[in-house]
Design a protein around this ligand. Structure first.
Ligand code: ADP
Ligand code: MG
Length: 512
């Protein structure tokens, strides 16, 4: 072969090779774009399925109010239990003395001592000790559970030292906050219906939890009387009402979610014949189990529910509360990782159920650093996904945002559902012979006491909830509604109710 023809051959093969390389690069780029588009598709589909337009939220409001009616009409009339709390009067503010509470219901366990001074809002002192509930306790035996509670209580009382001894014949009154579905038989007794929030201590289901605690307390040799059995929502409403008598409802948004409110006895059809000591009773809605076809449910919710120990149960809670939000986000991110390689190979950390806890999800969501450093750190440390590019980190933030926004807006719709049921949402109702319509002139000041670390610690959640409340109610009506955080309300409220039902009572006068 001559020099010229050899050179030509080299040039041709170089051209072919570079065309080939270019083609490969183009194919790769197209594939990458296709995969990226697929990830964006997952995001878009998720976002659309989570849509919470005001119109849809109003449908949820209406459904909540309808289900409340049904649950009050008959036992089992609705997925909303609408449980009677037997609390027909709330503390008046005149109670005096030292009262105790233990509060169990999710992630944290609290023991409290409250000193009441006898004037409205006169909580002279309040000491509380908090600890995480050991994971293994959640699926142990009732003996282990009550041993844990009474050991903590014993240590707490022993630390009081001198001066805290009881007068002869007196016992310490204790409110027991137990935040799982209970069928109350009085203000100080009730049977566990079922466990929620990952707890499963089978031998306690169907038993009187207050009686079990009293027996465990006696066994420990403590001079304590379980004077009130209280749901955390009821404790929160009680403390809220103690500080502000315009408080009509208590809402919990923590590990789980639930609400209670003050209902007129006449509206509680299913409790006709019950001894009335006042015109109202606190109703524990158990709204975590609320369900409506108007709820924006995604395939991720369906799968999470199917994989849970309590399928078809606690549907509202599974969309809203702290136990589940991180898990929903993890499932969406996992799907994205499976659809493409934007997260590299699917890591075992990402595949592990409940590996992304909601507090970490909130840290990612609220990461304000320009390069989303916290997002990268959590993806790496917790989910085992290193070196995530910035644009993918932004995607993760967006997933967290969608999950939280939907949850907070649904919680807001739930709250407005209560207001609607009791005629405090500014709609309908007849006043002075005229239909009120959307006028706010007759709207009374309305306070909703709220507690739970998801609401108090997660700013974006709180802002989305407050914003949705105004959107649903309209500004004119919303200005009359206050959401009031009641710190430790579930526990302090239980101590207040223990004071109300105390046998050592100094002054028990009072009505809601
Ligand atoms: P409990 O429900 O046990 O009474 P809390 O009201 O303290 O306890 O709620 C604890 C739950 O709140 C946690 O399990 C978590 O889901 C959620 N949570 C706590 N802190 C945050 C946070 N900073 N961001 C988001 N969620 C949080
Ligand atoms: Mg709590």
């Amino acid at each position: 072969m001559g020099k010229v023809s050899f050179g030509l051959a080299v040039a041709v093969s170089c051209a072919v090779a570079s065309t080939g390389i270019a083609a490969v690069l183009v194919v790769r780029r197209v594939r990458r774009r296709t995969r990226w588009n697929r990830v964006l598709g997952v995001l878009k589909e998720f976002e659309e399925a989570c849509s919470t337009s005001v119109g849809r939220l109003r449908q949820v409001v209406d459904a909540m109010a309808v289900e409340m009616h049904a649950g009050l009409a008959s036992e089992g009339g609705s997925k909303l239990k609408m449980s009677l709390s037997f609390v027909q009067k709330l503390p008046s503010g005149n109670e005096r003395g030292i009262y105790y509470a233990v509060d169990i219901g999710g992630t944290n366990f609290r023991v409290l001592r409250v000193q009441l001074g006898g004037k409205r809002s006169a909580i002279v002192g309040c000491d509380a000790e908090r600890q995480s509930i050991p994971q293994e306790l959640m699926t142990s035996t009732s003996e282990d559970l009550f041993d844990f509670i009474t050991s903590s209580l014993k240590q707490f009382i022993e630390k009081e030292g001198r001066g805290s001894e009881l007068l002869p014949g007196r016992r310490r009154d204790l409110g027991f906050t137990f935040s799982f579905p209970v069928k109350q038989t009085s203000a100080s007794s009730g049977h566990l219906i079922k466990w929620t929030k990952g707890f499963r201590i089978e031998d306690l289901v169907g038993r009187d939890v207050a009686e079990c605690l009293q027996q465990a307390v006696n066994k420990k040799g403590l001079d304590v009387r379980v004077s009130a059995l209280v749901n955390d929502t009821v404790g929160t409403l009680t403390l809220g009402h103690y500080h502000d008598p315009d408080t009509v409802a208590g809402v919990i948004i923590g590990t789980g979610t639930n609400a209670c409110y003050l209902e007129g006895m006449d509206a509680i059809i299913k409790c006709q014949g019950l001894l009335r000591t006042s015109g109202v009773m606190v109703i524990n809605m158990e709204w975590g189990n609320f369900w409506s076809s108007h709820l924006p449910r995604t395939s991720y919710d369906v799968d999470l529910d199917a994989d849970s120990p309590n399928p078809n149960d606690q549907g509202f809670e599974k969309m809203i509360s702290g136990m589940y939000l991180g898990e929903i986000a993890r499932r969406v991110i996992l799907r994205m990782a499976q659809e493409s390689n934007v997260f590299g190979p699917v890591s075992p950390g990402l595949s592990m159920p409940f590996n992304l806890r909601t507090p970490l999800m909130s840290v990612m969501h609220e990461d304000e650093s320009p390069d989303l450093r916290e997002v990268a750190r959590i993806l790496d440390d917790t989910l085992g996904i290193p070196d995530v590019p910035l644009k993918v980190r932004r995607l993760v933030v967006k997933v967290c945002d969608i999950v939280t926004r939907r949850a907070a807006r649904l919680a807001a719709a739930g709250i407005v559902g209560i207001l609607k049921k009791i005629g405090r949402d500014g709609s309908g109702g007849i006043t002075n012979g005229r239909t009120r319509g959307s006028s706010d002139s007759n709207m009374r000041r309305t306070v909703v006491a709220i507690e739970g670390a998801l609401y108090t610690n997660y700013r974006s959640f709180r802002e989305y909830l407050n914003e949705a409340l105004v959107e649903i109610l309209g500004e004119d009506i919303a200005q009359h509604v206050t959401l009031q955080v009641t710190k430790d309300g579930s526990g302090v409220g239980a101590a207040l109710l223990a004071a109300c039902h105390s046998s050592n009572i100094v002054d028990r006068d009072g009505s809601p």
